[in-house]
Design a protein around this ligand. Structure first.
Ligand code: CTP
Length: 415
């Protein structure tokens, strides 16, 4: 089957010109080039096309050398596996040598050997990712589909290539969740059973690799549906028993469509997933996902907020007490707890803090206090705290009210 029309329809302008140029150069070195993996899937599925992944039938060192001399070229990295990231006329291309892989034990990074194009397709995760389109001059546009990927793409199925796929690399479980929701596909039934059995192998995956897959999920527009699926199927608890998909919070995150503020959306998703964390050893999840300092603080603060929720259920708290219970904690921790909280009063206090209380300040500054006669030192801080509490509780309104409070405090001190 030849899909050159689809290829040329989707890769227009400079991208197509760059592929033709590479094809011509490779021809001179007797190397066959193929578009592979996600690029082929997305071209055939009419999905947004991000990366351009190219596979070379032979080590493309000589091809790389000839690209070097062509101007407007940047060659960014060469890994031990014979992979390069190229930018040619502003088009980014990943180039890799065809390889064969073996897994020494579940979860290990694969051992890589040079291989044929067929070997390279056979090492992949799912049939829809195991197709190639030839970029070689004489066979331009020929589709290589040894595992029935096109049929699965048309049938909306995620199917592994062999029974040990999830065992070899359990990150594929998270990838399966990602593709199922992103493409609105289904797990082929045998793949579904293999996935269930493979869940136990998630423990073999290193913290960085698990977190990386999580981050890839967070980046997706329908991340919330993915996390719900991962929660429903036991994937999250297999990663760490304290991880859950909190549907209530996830739906709020989804509804707020925070695509532009990625850091906040990521933080809220993580926060929503660790709502049960106070029942576990908080540090164990920081370790399981090797979280950076900001995310570690977020998780610890979710645990702290949740410990304080009992007190926040009290209708009669003062606003200053609410402020003191939450002040200094990670905003995304408080917000994710507010999203997930079922108790009406506690939820209300969390929202009030986020929307209003956290932004409140006294009208007087430290210098104003010193001008009123307060001695430089801890007394300034203490009085500012008192002023803020009074403002939070509605006991002062104007500058004069605050000055009066300061004068009273000074006279109490001098008594
Ligand atoms: N791959 C795999 N097993 C993995 C990771 C990747 O078989 N655990 C293969 C798949 O064939 C995939 C290709 O390597 O298509 C490139 O990986 P990646 O860049 O992660 O996937 P893409 O499909 O390019 O990107 P995305 O999933 O974000 O669309």
């Amino acid at each position: 089957m030849n899909v050159s029309d689809r290829l040329e329809e989707r890769l227009t302008g400079v991208r197509l010109a760059v592929l033709r140029e590479l094809s011509q150069l490779a021809d001179g070195h007797d190397i066959d080039l193929y578009l592979v993996g996600g690029s082929v899937r997305d071209i055939l599925a009419n999905a947004p096309l991000n990366d351009i992944d190219i596979m070379a039938s032979d080590n493309p060192e000589r091809l790389i050398a000839s690209i070097h001399g062509r101007g407007e070229v940047e060659i960014r990295k060469a890994s031990a596996f014979g992979t390069w990231s190229l930018t040619l006329r502003a088009v980014e291309v990943d180039l890799a040598t065809a390889r064969r892989e073996t897994y020494v034990h579940p979860g290990a990074l694969p051992k890589v050997f040079p291989g044929t194009v067929e070997d390279d397709l056979a090492r992949r995760d799912f049939t829809i990712n195991a197709m190639a389109i030839s970029l070689t001059k004489d066979s331009w546009g020929d589709l290589l589909d040894p595992h029935g990927g096109l049929g699965d793409l048309e049938g909306g199925l995620i199917r592994v290539l062999h029974d040990r796929s999830f065992e070899d690399d359990a990150t594929r479980i998270l990838r399966a969740v990602r593709y199922t929701c992103r493409l609105n596909f289904q797990l082929e039934s045998c793949t579904g059973s293999l996935l269930e059995k493979g869940i136990e192998y998630l423990r073999t995956i290193s913290p960085d690799r698990v977190r990386h897959e999580m981050e890839r999920i967070f980046r997706e527009p329908c991340a919330c549906a993915m996390l719900e699926m991962a929660g429903r199927s036991g994937v999250l608890t297999a990663i760490h028993p304290g991880l859950r998909a909190d549907s209530v919070a996830l739906r709020v995150i989804d509804a707020q469509a925070m695509q532009k503020d990625r850091a906040r959306r990521d933080g809220l998703m993580l926060g929503s997933m660790v709502q049960s964390i106070a029942e576990y050893n908080v540090e164990s999840i920081v370790e399981r996902l090797n979280l950076n300092a900001d995310w570690a603080r977020l998780v610890r603060d979710v645990a702290t907020v949740r410990e304080r929720l009992r007190e926040l259920e009290d209708e009669d708290l003062t606003r200053s007490r609410v402020y003191r219970l939450l002040h200094g904690l990670h905003e995304n921790a408080i917000e994710s707890c507010a999203m997930a909280e079922r108790n009406r009063k506690a939820k209300g206090w969390l929202r009030l803090y986020l929307d209003e209380l956290q932004h409140m300040r006294p009208l007087l500054t430290g210098s104003d206090l010193m001008a009123l006669g307060v001695k430089e030192g801890p007394a300034v801080g203490q009085l500012l705290t008192e002023l803020l509490d009074a403002r939070l509780d509605g006991l002062v309104e104007s500058v004069e009210d605050e000055e009066e409070l300061v004068r009273r405090a000074l006279s109490d001190l001098s008594v």
